[in-house]
Design a protein around this ligand. Structure first.
Ligand code: C2E
Ligand code: CA
Ligand code: CA
Length: 404
């Protein structure tokens, strides 16, 4: 069954079914009545469950059913069928007996690759079903672990700003033709003494969920302002910076004013800043978003569309928002120059952008060949491990000094 299920790329479900209070039946009516109930149960299962399902008595009042080659819907449909089998009362020696049960379910391939593991996990799920008084319970190892980790992360994330656990790293962007450093992108890092380093892909979506992004964006901006001031004062160098902002933040009235006041209170010039935002910003075609963007643009802040090409975008917004730069997502750059499809997409984006007088930066450049083909296509800038990975504020400080 496992082999067939695997070949067809479907799912296999193991149901551990445990009858509740069966001991009472044996104790009150004797073992022959108990035997009779079990036989009737097996007969009922045989008639309602289709041929595909394999059923066995695992011992005592426990049954195991295995459903091979199924999908999510049929997994749940079988749970309901089992429920119906049990719901009808059993007639034994002129009496009506009603049984109830608990079911633990494990699913191949998520909860195990072999029968023993799947049985063990279905058994564990059964234990939880009984504990919590539920009719059925999935084992769902991955989902369980993710839930636990998310809950822990979340509780730490709430306090991460006040505990000073975030750190800003910087990755340079270069002009592909002159080789000059054009600006630095600030990228956030989180270090927690209990959890270790946590990648932004892991905590940004969570921060988004718990409404922390506006606070985090403000922290990033004021920290980057501080760093820029330090490089200027201590090393005599000046760099243009870009920061990533949450698309949802643009929906909050007064967002632009608050961010601009952070720049100004640091004695900084908004023209030195670029804000990167993903195409998601366009999913929310609201007046507040436009208001915030036009205030930022009026003050001189530049706007870049990050990860361009992966989201759904109506191209009209690029003009409407007066975008300054498109950053082509790494997924289109990764397979250059081999992939003809990616090459066609990148070429089209560059042509379109240039006709609208918009600069283009390619993300995730890792080798010389990519630079070559991007230059041929007229791409302005690049960023990626080819030059360097994101590095700490001190390292960037000395890099800037060498560049002078
Ligand atoms: P992003 O804005 O697209 O940032 C670029 C990501 O690609 C960074 O990952 C960077 O380290 C990585 N990268 C750069 N060059 C290369 C390359 O050549 N090869 C490969 N494989 N990767 C490369 P990072 O720092 O882990 O950030 C991941 C994402 O988290 C960012 O994607 C951004 O969406 C988000 N993020 C990071 N910092 C912030 C922040 O301060 N605020 C917000 N709102 N989001 C942030
Ligand atoms: Ca970015
Ligand atoms: Ca990006």
């Amino acid at each position: 069954m496992l082999k067939e299920t695997k070949e067809e790329e479907r799912l296999l479900a193991v149901y551990f079914i445990d009858l509740a209070r069966f001991k009472n039946i044996n104790d009150s009516f004797g073992h022959s009545v108990g035997d009779e109930v079990l036989k009737q149960m097996a007969d009922r299962f045989r008639t309602v469950l289709d041929q595909k399902l394999f059923l066995t008595r695992a011992g005592g009042d426990e049954f195991v059913a295995v459903a091979p080659r199924v999908n999510y819907q049929s997994i749940l449909a079988y749970v309901r069928t089992i429920q119906q089998v049990l719901a009808r009362p059993f007639e034994i020696e002129g009496r009506e007996l009603i049984l109830s049960a608990n079911i633990g379910i494990s699913v191949f391939p998520f909860d195990g690759e072999d029968l023993n593991t799947l049985l063990g996990h279905a058994d564990m799920a059964l234990y939880h079903a009984k504990e919590e008084g539920k009719f059925y319970q999935f084992y769902h190892q991955t989902i369980n672990q993710r839930l636990i980790r998310e809950t822990i992360l979340e509780s730490h994330l709430h306090r991460a700003i006040e505990r000073d656990e975030f750190i800003l790293y910087y990755q340079p962007q270069y002009d592909l033709f002159t080789g000059e450093l054009i600006r630095l992108e600030a990228l956030i890092r989180w270090y927690n003494s209990e959890l270790g380093w946590i990648r932004p892909d892991q905590f940004i979506p969570l921060a988004e969920k718990i409404g922390l992004m506006p606070k985090l964006d403000e922290w990033v901006l004021s920290t980057a302002c501080r760093h820029r001031k330090m490089w200027k004062q201590k090393r005599g160098v000046e760099a243009d910076l870009s920061i990533n902002l949450s698309a949802s933040h643009f929906q909050i009235p007064g967002m632009a004013k608050r961010l601009l006041s952070i720049i100004e209170s640091n004695g900084d010039d908004p023209c030195r800043w670029e804000f990167e935002v993903t195409e998601h910003i366009m999913m929310q075609d609201s007046a507040v978003v436009y208001e915030n963007i036009s205030q930022l643009k009026e003050a001189g802040v530049k706007l870049a569309i990050d990860d361009f090409g992966v989201g759904y975008s109506s191209l009209g917004y690029i003009k409407k928002l007066k975008v300054d730069r498109l950053k082509i997502d790494r997924s289109f750059i990764k397979n250059l120059p081999q992939s003809a499809d990616d090459q066609a997409i990148v070429a089209a984006v560059i042509t379109m952008a240039h006709q609208l007088s918009i600069d283009v930066v390619a993300e995730g450049i890792e080798n010389e060949k990519q630079i070559q083909i991007l230059k041929e296509m007229g791409c302005n800038g690049g960023q990626g491990y080819f030059w360097r990975q994101p590095v700490s504020e001190t390292e960037i400080g000395s890099l800037l000094q060498c560049n002078e």
